[in-house]
Design a binder for this molecule. Structure first.
Ligand code: GAL
Length: 912
């Protein structure tokens, strides 16, 4: 059996230990390495590891990197199935093998030094100056080899052979791109005699006191001493337990860290200590005694150009975005992230479920026969993975739970991993999403359950419940977030969840963003990798904006002249916020004022009186906002945390002249019942066995190709029958216009679920400046609209498009009172909602058919006109792409409907 196919974790590695910030000399070996890629192991050059091997004809590759993102081979995307035959522990002969060589210089020899790899995907064999150091697997886990004996003053040569596929691949079946390479840093770390090998900080917080014990493992039995200057601790020998009366606890809301140094005579290690106690008590997951409310996301490490080799700064960018969107928890799906991310979680404050690099999902294709999570042949490999996970990251206060892995079924090796973890680190909890019975998992964790099932769990007793994945953010969606949050708020047992997922894992391919299949992969899972809350370039999607609103840590509501403020934080009062009200008339702000709110303790609600407000002429709205009063490390003063809006005066109906006649439109208005299917429309709800995707039902009914027949015209009135082949007509549509008012009346022939109900108008393409009074600024759909608020907004037609990586329905602006579409000279068209159900609007440069046909955004080519949709109904978004469809209240049925709009000409700026 070859070394890359045996069941073992490899050989030659040093025992796993914490990643330490040391003053021992360290040499970063990142940079340009010599590189050669062979399509099979057999074709890889023999003896490439020897010092005198001639690599002058080889290419140069930056390390860290993934070679397929540097034009060598291709990335491959699969979700569940392995991209090779399920034949464990063997892999195909077609096994891309990347040989890497680096010459580096040392002024003197470094006795005792170790060579550390932070991440190599998937199997590395390492030689230093021609001597083999060992073999490692575990792509997202660090490994260290003893290098000292072979290092020398002068030129040294490091050679690393990396196989894309190995036995380790069977343990790494996460739903993501397969991206081989040395994708995290490589470094050489001097290990002085009498230095510090490993450190384990135990820092508890209990009843206002800190308990601190720092375990140290040193070389040569050296004594390590701890100093924490701000706590008055100076040179206390490691291992002694200290009880401290005056410490502030660490929480994700108040991430207080104490700088510490652990030192022997030859090495100093810097530590940042956070005091907190994690436990389950009274069936609740608590930190420092307080139950947690997790508003989390699943985060893969992804960059559109660099894959999982994240450029510096990316981790911080993610965390700042998360904090600014009220997210307080991250599950590191589905492997330990780059260590920098965890340093920042400690510093900025984030609850972390740290997941081991283990997933064996593809064994589902053999009915879980031979599942490595159960088969004793793989026990060492599984234990090796959890050991390297826990040992590397054990000193991060942000990590409160160890997760054994993802979608690996169940079995003995998971049990063994849990047992080892509990012994090694009793200070944290264990999560295993496949362990529904609670064999070893401290929390009951499920994914994608529909609301009703979550509610049933909320009503019952047992272990604390979390949704480790929910609300699949694929394409336009998810819908139904607010309803999940209501359940989390209502039932204490439901301690929140983690949305799937943080970022769209699209890869840049020339001008466009690519997904599965775009690189010609023979076996792939298409668009399923595009399911994030931020686009690949990290611009927030509407889903993230909705999430921010739904999980607000401060709840505001206005009733008459009273404001109610509820503090949903667990650990901080609201003294860091200021409150502000704004009164608007027809969307135009007329007054704004600060509101005095007394200190609100965690979990408390207070009511305050609002100042009396002047009468307004138009439709009046009161907006109350909670803003940061001062800068935080993650946002500046003025950043909005929460808001609420309340109508204070109903609109007036105004009479206006200047009707528009229909010959000014490029087409006459016609009824539309279809939309370009969203990623959610295209999948059957997982929770309804046998269900057909709604998009398929709509297609079956022919909603995408309606035909219209005029059956009656009178002055100002048109009656049509509308249907589609081969079925009998669906409805009668009456269009009538009386002076400036245009009324549509729909009389269905039979009930039917439809995508939308509205009309479409084709307009000249230069009417591309849009202003509206209604909900905004972003898009709003029936089950994803809490983030939009009443106001007056402006955008160009191009700005109204949401750039979903896979083109689909997007960009609807709801609650339209009026909208104006004007051209550069200010002339154009005004639409007013007069009567009937709420009006929503989309404007595009392409038709619904073109939008539905496009597979990538660069296929959306502007036509010579605008398509203006005025809708009185939209089917909810749901999250059927993985999970439940739209809740019943948000499904759309064809029903008798009448609505009236007013069309006016906008004469240009002279009219004001
Ligand atoms: C889950 C899985 C995730 C991802 C998601 C769907 O089953 O844990 O990794 O595949 O489904 O996008």
């Amino acid at each position: 059996m070859s070394y890359y196919e045996d069941h073992s974790p490899g050989y030659g590695a040093r025992p796993a230990r914490a990643r330490l910030s040391t003053d021992a000399p360290t040499l970063d070996l990142s940079g340009d390495w010599r590189f050669h890629l062979a399509p099979t192991v057999a074709l890889a050059p023999d003896g490439f590891w020897s010092l005198d091997f001639d690599d002058s004809s080889w290419d140069v590759l930056p390390v860290p990197s993934h070679w397929p993102l540097h034009r060598y081979g291709i990335p491959t995307y699969t979700n569940i199935g392995f991209p090779f035959p399920l034949d464990p522990p063997y892999v195909p002969d077609e096994n891309p093998t990347g040989d890497h060589r680096l010459r580096f210089h040392l002024d003197e020899s470094w006795p005792g030094a170790v060579l550390r790899f932070e991440g190599v995907d998937s199997c590395a064999r390492v030689w230093l100056n021609g001597h083999e150091l060992g073999v490692s697997r575990g792509s997202r886990l660090p490994v260290e080899f003893d290098a000292g004996p072979w290092l020398r003053a002068g030129t040294n040569m490091l050679a690393v052979r990396v196989h894309q596929w190995s036995s380790g691949s069977y343990l790494e079946d996460q739903d993501m791109w397969w991206l081989p390479g040395i994708f995290r840093e490589v470094s050489l770390i001097a290990r002085p005699a009498g230095g510090i090998e490993d450190v384990f900080v135990h820092a508890d917080f209990d009843a206002g006191r800190g308990k601190l014990r720092v375990e140290a493992l040193t070389r040569d039995d050296a004594v390590a001493r701890l100093s924490v200057p701000s706590l008055g601790i100076e040179g206390v020998p490691a291992g002694i337990e200290l009880v401290l009366d005056q410490v502030d606890p660490w929480t994700a809301e108040t991430p207080r860290l104490y700088d510490a140094v652990l030192a022997t005579e030859t090495e100093r290690v810097a530590l940042r200590i956070g005091f907190r106690t994690v436990e389950v008590s009274d069936d609740l997951l608590r930190v420092n005694g307080t139950p947690l409310r997790l508003s989390g996301v699943n985060r893969h490490e992804h960059h559109p150009d660099h894959g999982r080799a994240l450029p510096p700064g990316t981790a911080r960018e993610d965390l700042l975005l998360m904090k600014r969107h009220n997210i307080n928890a991250v599950r590191t799906s589905h492997y330990p992230p780059h260590p920098e991310f965890l340093d920042l979680c400690d510093e900025l404050g984030m609850w972390v479920i740290l997941e081991c690099d283990l997933e064996t999902h593809g064994f589902g294709f053999s009915d879980w026969q031979g599942n490595p999570a159960d088969d004793p042949a793989w026990t060492d490999a599984c234990l090796d993975r959890i050991r390297r996970t826990v040992e590397r990251d054990k000193n991060h206060p942000s990590i409160i739970v160890w997760s054994l892995g993802n979608e690996s079924g169940s079995g003995r090796n998971l049990d063994a991993m849990a047992e080892w973890t509990r012994q090694r680190d009793p200070g944290r909890l264990i999560h295993d999403e496949g362990d529904h019975e609670g064999r070893h998992s401290d929390v009951y964790s499920r994914m994608y359950l529909p609301h009703a099932e979550v509610e049933a769990i909320g009503r019952s007793a047992g272990r604390p419940f979390i949704l480790c994945e929910y609300a699949h953010a694929m394409g336009n969606g998810p819908g139904g977030l607010a309803e999940y949050q209501e359940l989390f708020d209502r039932y204490p047992r439901l301690q929140g969840g983690f949305l799937w997922e943080w970022i769209d894992q699209g890869l840049r391919q020339g001008e466009r963003i690519a997904y599965g299949g775009d690189f010609g992969e023979p076996y792939h899972d298409g668009t399923f990798v595009i399911d994030g809350l931020v686009f690949p370039d990290r611009r927030p999607s509407p889903g993230l904006i909705e999430l921010k609103k739904v999980i607000e840590p401060v709840r505001l509501s206005v009733d008459g002249d009273r404001l109610t403020v509820t503090n949903l934080y667990g650990f901080r009062d609201l003294s860091s916020l200021r409150f502000e009200l704004e009164l608007s008339s027809d969307g135009v702000p007329v007054l704004s004022k600060a509101i005095d709110v007394p200190i609100v303790e965690p979990g408390e609600t207070v009511e305050v009186g609002l100042p009396s407000l002047p009468e307004v002429d138009g439709e009046g709205w009161l907006t109350v906002r909670a803003l940061l009063a001062t800068d935080e490390p993650w946002a500046t003063a003025g950043h909005e945390i929460a808001w609420t809006q309340r109508q204070v005066r109903k609109p007036l109906q105004t009479r206006v002249p200047e009707p528009v006649t229909f010959d000014e439109f490029v087409s006459i208005p016609r009824v539309e019942l279809w939309r370009a299917p969203t990623s959610n429309d295209l999948q059957a709800a997982m929770t309804e066995p046998g269900a057909v995707p709604v998009a398929e039902q709509w297609r079956e009914a022919g909603l995408h190709r309606l035909q219209h027949r005029v059956i009656e015209t009178r002055n100002g009135h048109l009656r049509t029958r509308v249907g589609s082949a081969p079925h009998p007509p669906l409805l009668t549509a009456d269009y009538s216009w009386a002076s400036e008012e245009f009324t549509v009346r729909i009389e269905p022939d039979r009930p039917l679920e439809i995508a939308r109900l509205g009309i479409v108008l084709e307009l000249p393409s230069d009417l591309d400046q849009v202003e509206w009074f209604g909900l905004g600024p972003g898009e709003a759909y029936p089950d994803s609209r809490t983030a939009s608020r009443i106001g007056r907004y402006r955008a160009t037609v191009d700005e109204l498009q949401t750039p979903y990586v896979v083109p689909q329905e997007n960009g609807a602006r709801a609650g339209i009172r009026w909208a104006e579409l004007t051209r550069a000279d200010g002339t154009g068209l005004r639409i007013e909602a007069v009567d009937g159900p709420e009006l929503s609007m989309t404007v595009r440069r392409w038709s619904t058919e073109a939008l539905a046909a496009a597979k990538h955004t660069d296929e959306l080519v502007p036509s010579d006109r605008l398509y203006l949709h005025l809708d009185v109904g939209h089917y909810g978004l749901g999250s059927a792409s993985c999970g439940p469809g739209a809740l019943p209240a948000y499904r759309l049925e064809l029903a008798p409907t009448v609505w009236t709009m007013r069309f006016r000409r906008v004469a240009g700026p002279s009219r004001g």
